[in-house]
Write a protein that binds this ligand. Structure first.
Ligand code: ACO
Length: 321
């Protein structure tokens, strides 16, 4: 039993935040942001929560896959910005999408969340226990971004991407790998609820994402080429067999460096970071959906998608469409 991609979808909020908009908030400028990150603009949700972005992306993926709601028996949402700690976005969507009382859960693997969801769904279908899965990466990172911190606030945006995968006689989703190495150094973290002292209930300031950018940069430029090489080796493929690499859109310079390290043409490293910035778990499925709808990724193409992020987590998948 193998798996294949049946359809993809994505959704971004209407509001565009340009680099010029951020110049009004912090000591930054368009030239710095574009040259250091490749980002020109990003989207910001005004009144749609993560489950709404995920819902819109899911509808498009289900339509592209031509799958009816009662055929889906597994729903996984990767997010670090769920509407509430519980219920999860997946459980909210199970009702909204009219699914049966199927298995539905959220996972947290930050920017690598979609690859983790794909790995879990792939293995659950391959086991024979499930037939068709809807997997989603959805984030509103602007909820947890500190707009007084120029080191982070220029980087992030809001989006959702979805994919339906199902059983296949041929191995089309050929391999999925996921890894983690606990970030005890605190390269990329966000505080949560503190332990309580003797039943006291103190008010807590709202926590925000914190990042040591250059450490994350070094980590990303190490693991990204490594996971691509491992996937190729495990499938006995050469990098020339790939139509594209669709990497997590965190920084254009990370993708440029991976292209040089792998000696893979930059023209085949899919990029949409200039429009959306870093959308965490949504980044990879949004990019894959855009590439498919833009006829850049076509049936028969073999590509690798890979991501890295907080946790620290990373992973990748080798897929034939
Ligand atoms: N505008 C102007 N100057 C800035 C800005 C800004 N927005 N941000 C930082 N600077 C300044 C810094 O203060 C520093 O100034 P100094 O030399 O006077 O101290 C200078 O620019 C250089 O700062 P660096 O942090 O060294 O800049 P760098 O080239 O490393 O770029 C960046 C920073 C873009 C954050 C980069 O390190 C990066 O992309 N890191 C990886 C981030 C990432 O991949 N995250 C993925 C996971 S996200 C997730 O999982 C949620």
């Amino acid at each position: 039993m193998y798996t294949k991609v049946l359809g993809t979808g994505s959704y971004v909020p209407q509001k565009v935040v340009t680099n010029a908009d951020l110049e009004k908030l912090v000591d930054t400028n368009d030239e710095w942001i574009q040259s250091r990150t490749g980002i020109k603009e990003r989207r910001m949700s005004e009144n749609e929560n993560t489950s709404e972005l995920a819902y819109q992306a899911a509808l498009k993926a289900l339509e592209a896959a031509q799958v009816k709601p009662d055929e889906i028996d597994l729903l996984i949402v990767a997010t670090v910005t769920s509407d509430k700690p519980f219920p999860g976005v997946s459980q909210i969507l199970q009702r909204r999408l009219g699914f049966d009382t199927i298995t539905a859960f959220d996972i947290n693997a930050a920017c690598s969340g979609f690859i983790y969801a794909l790995n879990i769904a792939d293995k659950m279908i391959r086991s024979g226990a499930y037939k068709k899965a809807l997997i989603i990466g959805a984030e509103i990172l602007t909820k947890i971004t500190d707009y007084t911190d120029r080191n982070t606030c220029v980087l992030f945006g809001d989006a959702a991407g979805a994919m339906v995968i199902g059983e296949s006689e041929k191995p089309m989703i050929k391999d999925v790998l996921t890894y983690a190495k606990g970030d005890v150094e605190g390269f990329l973290t966000m505080d949560g609820y503190p332990l309580k002292k003797n039943f006291k209930t103190e008010q807590q300031d709202r926590p925000f994402l914190k990042m040591q950018g250059s450490d994350v940069f070094k980590f990303a430029t190490t693991v990204l080429p490594k996971v691509v090489r491992t996937l190729l080796e495990r499938s006995n493929l050469d990098i020339k067999d790939l139509s594209y690499i669709v990497a997590h859109q965190a920084n254009k310079r990370i993708i440029d460096k991976a292209s040089r390290t792998l000696k893979f043409p930059i023209s085949k490293m899919y990029m949409n970071i200039e429009k959306y910035g870093n959308t965490s778990a949504a980044s990879v499925p949004l990019a894959i959906d855009e590439a498919i709808r833009g006829n850049i990724l076509k049936p028969g193409d073999i590509f690798i998608t890979a991501a890295f992020g907080a946790g620290l987590t990373w992973g990748g998948a080798l897929i034939e469409l």
